[in-house]
Ligand binder design. Sequence first.
Ligand SMILES: [Zn+2]
Length: 373
Amino acid sequence: MEDPRTALESLGLPNLDVHPPFNHYDFTRQPRIILVVGPMGSGKTEFSARVWRDAQVLRRKSEVFAVQTTESGADRRNVFFVRSSLDRKRFPNYPPDALAFRGGYERLGNQIATVEDTWQLEEVIRAHPDFGTWIVDEASFYEERLAYLIREYHRDRRLTFILPTLILNFRNEIFNQTARLLLEVATDVFPLTAYCEHPDCSLDAHQTWRYYSLADRQIPAPYFDPLIIVGGDARSHDARQPNYETRCSRHHVLPAKVYTFLTLRPLAERYRRGLDRDLITEIRNLAHLPRQSLLAHQLEKEGQEALAILDLPVLAERALVYLCAEAGLLTLAESVRIIRSLDLDEVYFRMRIQDQQGYRLGQETKTPEGESS
Ligand SMILES: [Zn+2]
C-alpha cells in the first residue's frame, strides 16, 4: 500500500500525525479467513454492511475485475450473509432480508440466509457455488465444527470468510471453544473498539460488561452469573435480565471471581464427594441471608461496588446454574433437589439451564440424570 504520508506531503501539507487510512474492502486479495472482533456497539455489523456495499460497487466494474476476484468459479464480489437462527429475534421490526445495524439497514435480497447450525450453513454454501465471500455473523454462536469447516472450504474451494463475532464473554474470557478454534484458523483479525460507557471515561474499550438494573443502580454481574442468558437487546429494569455496556479494563468490575474458585467450587467438590454439606448452608444463606454468606465475607475485600451484588435476586439460583451447567459439579437432579428443599426459584433455574444448553457451549455439560430438561 502507498504510504499515506507521501501522498499528503506531495499535496504540500505540513507534517501531521498520519493515521492508517480507512480502506475500502479489497476483493482482489487472496482468500482469507477474517475475524471481525469487538464488543457490542463497536460496529461489527456495520463493517459487514460496508463490505456488502463495496461489493456492489465492484460488481459494476468491467470484466477485468472478474479475473482478479474469481477462483474456482466463485467470485469474491458475490457476498453472502449468513446469520444464526439464535439471533433472529433481535430485530423483529425489520424486513426479513435486512442486515440491520445501529442507524440503518441494508436489504440483501436473496444473498442472506438464516441457519440453525453448521450443517445448514454447509448446505447454503453448496447451493451457491458462485459466491466467493461468506460473512458468517456471530460465528462463536455455532458449534466448534464451524472452525474446521471454514478452513476446509477456504483451502479447497478458495472461499473468503468474514466472521464478525464476540470473542470475549462478560467475564473477559474467551467466549467458548468455538471462539478459541476460530482464533486458530483465522488469517486476519480486524479488532474494533467502542467508547467505554462509564460516565467518567471515554477510552477505547473492548470489554463487555454485564450488569443489572436495580432501583436505578447498576449492579455488576458476579463472576458465577450464568454464562449465557438469552434475551433481547432492550434495556431491562428486571434484575433477573442482564444489561450490557462496553467498558475499558479499569471500569470492567467483575465481583466474586475469587469467591467462585476459592469457595463456591470447592464447596461443591466436597459436597459431591460426600465430605460435608457446607454447600447447602452457603446456598441457603445466599438465598435467605446473603449478608451472612461466605460470599459476603469475600466481597468485603473487593469494595462497595462488589458488595452490591448481595442485593441481586436469585443469587443462589445463579450459583447453582453455574455449578450444574458450567462447572459440571452438580447433576441436574441434585440441583433440583437442592432447589426444592430450600424453596428456591425452579422456573428461573430451568430457564437458565436451557439457555446454557441451547447455545452449545462447547464445554462439557453434565447430562441430566433422571431428569428431563
Ligand atoms: Zn473506562
